[in-house]
Structures are given as structure tokens and as C-alpha cells.
Design a protein around this ligand. Structure first.
Ligand code: GSH
Length: 203
């Protein structure tokens, strides 16, 4: 299978961490979705990375569908519980972490537009989502070691990729000082080879 993603995409990173944790072999094809000539729209009509091209030629998207698929195809290191209510619990964490990233991406892209075209109101709206989302992640984690079910799961992977993205694009946000329990989780995740191998580039 071939994974099309950029090296900075937090959604692509989530998929790469899952592939590594589950020891599934794959070919990584670097794809910058915003670059002219990008092939991504031929795999995903939404023009977004990541997309996973299966060996039978079928492309899968988005990242939450891909990781669900990957967890089902290999029994190694299950990341989503089999029991439905528990699976929903894990996916709820994933939805919140991914949603924080969506808002952070929108704020980041808005700030890249020419100054005269930027909307401070729009940026504030997105940053409020980020703030509220982090607050909820922190409250839900409380003093537990892992996000859900007392063990490492997709919930932790999604949260770790979200926090890594905030560090990459919004280093001044100061989430770690405001939510020390998330910082402890992040530190713990960064010791895993799957997180180390997928570190976003510095700068
Ligand atoms: N919900 C999607 C979000 C993917 C996404 O937003 N990817 C960004 C890169 S981080 C992208 O490809 N953006 C290009 C665009 O929106 O045109 C997923 O989880 O896969």
C-alpha cells in the first residue's frame, strides 16, 4: 500500500504512527496538497492528504477512515477497542484532537495571507476552538496516564499528533504551561519509536 502525505501533515503523521505501531509495511509518497501539479485530487476529490492507495487500486481517505481500516486489517497492537461503545470513546478523543488541528490549520493559513486580507475575527474564532478543545482534552485526561481505557490507543496517537502540530505551527501558544498533564502525556508519547520516527521538521 502507498501512503500519500506531506511530512508536516498532522493527519498524515497520525496514519504513519499507526502504520509503525502496527508494523504494517507501506510506501510513503511525499505529496504537498497545495503545490501546483499535486496528484492528490486524483486520489481524494477533496484534494487533501493523507490518502492511502490500497494494493487493489482503491484510495482511502480521510485519516480517521484510514486508521480504522488499518486497525482492522492487522491484529497486531490493537488501537481501537472491538467493543462498540469503547470504540466510540476512542473515536471521540480522535475527533476532538483532529478538530483542534483543523482549527489550528485554518488560523495558520489565514495568517499566511497578505496582511490586508486577513480577518482577525476569523483567526480569533479558530483559536477559541483550539483553546476550548485543549481545555477539554486536559480535563478528560485528568491525572490518568493514557487518554482512554487505561492503555495506549488511537486516542493517545491523535492527541500526540495534535500537540506536535501546535508546537510546529504555534510555538507561542504555551499549551504545555497551561495544561501540564497534557505535557506529561506528550513527553511519554515522544519516547515511543513511532513518534520519534515521525517528528515534524523543525522550523
Ligand atoms: N479530515 C481530514 C483532514 C486532512 C487535511 O486537512 N489535510 C490538509 C493537510 S494537514 C490538506 O491536505 N489540506 C489541503 C487542502 O485543504 O486543500 C483528514 O483527517 O484526513
Amino acid at each position: 500500500m502507498k501512503l500519500y502525505t506531506s511530512h508536516t501533515s498532522p493527519f498524515g503523521r497520525k496514519v504513519r504512527v499507526v502504520l509503525l505501531e502496527k508494523k504494517i509495511e507501506f510506501q510513503w509518497i511525499e505529496e504537498q496538497p497545495n503545490t501546483p501539479g499535486s496528484l492528490i485530487a486524483s486520489l481524494n476529490p477533496l484534494g487533501k492528504v493523507p490518502a492511502l492507495l490500497l494494493d487493489d487500486g482503491k484510495p482511502l481517505y480521510d485519516s480517521s477512515v484510514i486508521v480504522d481500516y488499518l486497525d482492522q486489517v492487522s491484529p497486531v497492537a490493537r488501537l481501537i477497542p472491538a467493543e462498540h461503545r469503547q470504540a466510540i470513546g476512542v473515536k471521540r478523543w480522535e475527533a476532538l484532537a483532529d478538530g483542534i488541528v483543523d482549527a489550528a490549520v485554518l488560523a495558520f493559513l489565514e495568517r499566511r495571507r497578505p496582511a490586508a486580507k486577513q480577518s482577525e475575527e476569523w483567526i480569533t474564532r479558530q483559536l477559541e476552538k483550539v483553546d476550548r478543545g485543549l481545555f477539554m482534552l486536559s480535563a478528560d485526561l485528568s491525572d490518568r496516564k493514557w487518554c482512554f481505557g487505561g492503555h495506549f490507543s488511537l486516542a493517545d496517537i491523535a492527541v500526540g499528533c495534535c500537540l506536535g502540530y501546535l508546537n510546529l505551527r504555534m510555538p507561542a501558544l504555551g499549551w504545555a504551561d497551561r495544561h501540564p498533564n497534557l505535557a506529561v502525556l506528550f513527553e511519554q508519547l515522544n519516547q515511543r519509536p513511532s513518534f520519534q520516527e515521525t517528528q515534524p521538521p523543525v522550523g
